[in-house]
Design a protein. Sequence first.
Length: 237
Amino acid sequence: MNNLPFKLKIETDMEKYRAESFWNKEPETLVWIESFTNGDTFFDVGANIGIYALYAGTLYLDSEIRAFEPHHNNFLRLAENIALNQYTNVHPALLAFSDVKKKEMFYAPSSEIGSSGGQITNPISEHGKSFNAVYKRMVFTISMSEYCALHNLEPNHIKIDVDGQEWRIIKGMEGILKENYLESVLVEVNKNKEDISEYFREFGFSTNCIFNDMKNHSRIRRAKEGIKAENIVFVRR
């Protein structure tokens, strides 16, 4: 795709869709990433094939970008896309963040590269409905706080897009949320919106920022399409 600021390997319909919709699917995510400072550390949790991690890697050559993806097929493409762009500042990791450290089953409704909707523990979607898991694989889960402590990492910005598992991940972030180095978190909230918002407020975060008030915010498109998920950016007050 010539209009992208980075290279992508595209073989599936979902990969083509992600490339073609990059500039208009989630405008608030792009503007949020564009607000970072070169040298910041960025975590992309649920990175899929890596479009947002790659975008950050393109903009910030001195930043450390960690892209986490538990779907093995997506992870392999993520790593391939990083190599394709010869980025040394973007690092992929095959794992799922949660609130516990253990091995769990990862279930996905599709094995197609670029697909989403995968869940750990049970094949139950973000809408609470069971699905036929055509893809299954054991994954390692760990809390983000423990992961950062083990690897001596201090993320400044975190993106969480995990199709319903966000609450478990956030509960495993307590150690990070207390730290002033964490400046902002973008969460695709599928459920428990009020609980999640209140939890962030307890740690000194606010939703009062330009990213949540954009006129072309993806919540408008999603509402028209009957999608309840909403991107919310929490910034430290």
